[in-house]
Design a protein around this ligand. Structure first.
Ligand SMILES: Nc1nc2c(c(=O)[nH]1)N[C@H]1C(S)=C(S)[C@@H](COP(=O)(O)O)O[C@H]1N2
Ligand SMILES: [Mo]
Length: 534
């Protein structure tokens, strides 16, 4: 094949080494594009970075089954895996583009540009994008990447004085010099960008550090002495913030500047629209409550549940003040749609948040301002409902509407529009496939049925009879309860099974169901091998 480098003088035949270098050039062009885009995004808005924007667009279009599989398989690493996947695909495409550029130099650069346009489109069409400025990181990055590829391929194809091996070596040397220096420069610039930090993030971090949580007008009832059991391996009654599970669609954690944050309350049946600052919220009647939060994607025995002490204002107070009446009092809106700064929408029954339960707009979590991962500055928490229908993080508006008129984010993706938490119980210890020693083994775990309360937990060994476990004291019916069961364990392989009965007297059904569409149910069991004995 005779490379013509776009009508310039035909150069020498492309060799295998040329192709290798062209592929390398493609990779480098992609790398420089992304590094530059990331650097620019860190100045503008971290979410406008192309990998983040494309990843976000991908997440939104992921079929529910695949998303569930990803959560099951990769757990909380699912986001890292997605980004890695995107980078791998990009790397393959980049190699292709490099090879293309060797045949048609301008076309290769045009392809890099096309990816830049795609990245820019993804960035400006993200629901949280507020201006066309979000296109800039991708476009600037791609422009530089395209230029670099053009120059690099030019090195390879450049007609040199003389022909033959010596000229080819000179071409390659000059290719490598350009490649290495731009690669280093891009890496340096990206590192510098990281080190300097983004102004957007710094304002947010400073605003969080400046938050002074108010003392609650209504403190949480003291946790009864018997509510916290000290058994090795059991989930602590209060989940520390750093251990609290995180489930959301955000590829970069939104960093909201609390000083610029506003909450808007509007919609059907709102007599008076409200716009509140964090200061406004914190100046209202505040309440503090222990509430257990659970994710609908939590499988039987799974980790996506936690219990924290939340501080905030009762959502019902705000709604009443705005003139909202629940459907039971003739109000026209039956759904409250919370929207977050990153475009998530979460629909909650108006009746539930106004029926007297402690539905909160929370700004405090276990004595500190909400961590960024958990929704700083403000999120919703509604006892008894799964997070995806109640617990909007980084909330920025609340709209009163109807379930008929609007489907929130997860509903068209196959999840139920309404989803009260199902009763679950979990064996924390012994661990699955554990090898406890024969004798008394403390079987222990947690059970939850928020807003109905947990009345009874029973444990079964193999196919034996159900035995009642010892329940820790109940804090409130909105919190989980720890339980223990001393088991006289004989050597051999055994299956331990647990089931709970909620405050209405309903016992968990045996049969396991999928998390989709409204939460898993079924009994949790673990298999262990008891060691020792004769
Ligand atoms: N903005 C936003 N809020 C969100 C989500 C989200 O993806 N985006 N996920 C919800 C889901 S599915 C759950 S289970 C809870 C999890 O809250 P946590 O991450 O603080 O544990 O947040 C809810 N709030
Ligand atoms: Mo969730």
């Amino acid at each position: 094949m005779n490379a013509t480098s776009d009508g310039h003088r035909p150069a020498r035949e492309a060799t295998r080494t040329d192709r290798l270098l062209a592929a390398l050039g493609g990779l480098l062009a992609a790398y420089v594009s992304l590094a530059v885009a990331d650097l620019v995004a860190s100045r503008v808005r971290p979410e406008a970075s192309p990998v983040v924007a494309v990843g976000g667009a991908f997440v939104d279009r992921t079929p529910a089954g695949l998303k569930d599989w990803a959560i099951r398989t990769f757990g909380e690493n699912d986001k890292a895996v997605l980004q890695l996947g995107i980078l791998l695909v990009l790397a393959l495409l980049a190699v292709g583009i490099g090879l293309l550029a060797l045949r048609r130099r301008a076309l290769g650069s045009a392809a890099v540009g096309a990816f830049g346009v795609l990245g820019a489109l993804a960035a400006v069409t993200r629901p949280d994008s507020e201006s066309a400025v979000d296109a800039v990181p991708s476009l600037v990055g791609a422009a530089l990447g395209a230029l670099l590829l053009y120059v690099l391929i030019g090195r390879l194809l450049a007609p040199r004085a003389g022909t033959g091996a010596a000229a080819a070596r000179a071409d390659r040397r000059s290719f490598l010099v350009v490649a290495a220096s731009t690669g280093l420069a891009a890496t340096g610039a990206a590192a510098l960008g990281r080190a300097v930090g983004s102004p957007v993030e710094e304002n947010a971090t400073a605003s969080r550090a400046a938050v002074r949580l108010p003392r609650p007008a209504s403190p949480a009832p003291p946790v009864p002495a018997g509510a916290r059991l000290a058994v090795p391996g059991i989930s602590p009654f209060t989940t520390p913030n750093r251990d609290f599970y995180r489930v959301d669609t955000a590829l970069v954690v939104p960093k909201v500047d609390a000083n610029r944050w506003r909450l808007r309350l509007h919609g059907t049946g709102v007599r008076e629209e409200l716009t509140l600052t964090l200061r406004d919220l914190m100046a209202r009647r505040t309440v503090e409550r222990d509430i257990t939060l659970a994710c609908v994607s939590n499988e039987v025995g799974g980790p996506y549940v936690g219990n924290a002490r939340w501080l905030g204002v009762p959502l019902a107070d705000l709604l009443r003040e705005a003139g909202v009446r629940p459907p039971s009092e003739g109000g026209p809106a039956d759904q409250l749609v919370a929207r977050s700064v990153d475009g998530m929408t979460i629909g909650t029954p108006v009746e539930d948040v106004m029926d007297g339960r402690d539905a909160l707009l929370a700004f405090g979590m276990n004595g500190e301002p909400l961590p960024f991962e958990h929704g700083f500055p403000v999120r919703m928490i509604v006892p008894g409902l799964y997070g995806y229908v109640s617990a909007c993080k980084w909330i920025e508006s609340i709209e009163l509407t109807t379930f008929d008129a609007y489907d929130a984010y997860w509903v068209p993706r196959g999840w139920a529009a309404e989803a009260p938490v199902k009763t679950q119980s979990r064996i924390d210890t012994p661990r699955p496939f554990g090898r406890p020693a024969a004798g008394t083994v403390m079987v222990a775990g947690v059970a939850w049925a928020q807003h109905r309360g947990v009345r009874r937990v029973e444990v079964r060994v193999d196919d034996g009879p159900w035995r009642e476990a010892r329940l820790a004291a109940e804090d409130t019916r909105d919190t989980w309860r720890q339980w223990t069961y001393p088991w006289e364990a004989a050597p051999g392989r055994h299956t331990l099974t647990v089931r709970a009965t909620d405050g209405t007297g309903t016992t968990q059904p045996e049969r396991r169901t999928a998390t989709m569409p409204d939460g898993a149910q079924g009994w949790h069991s673990v298999v262990v091998t008891v060691e020792g004995g004769e």
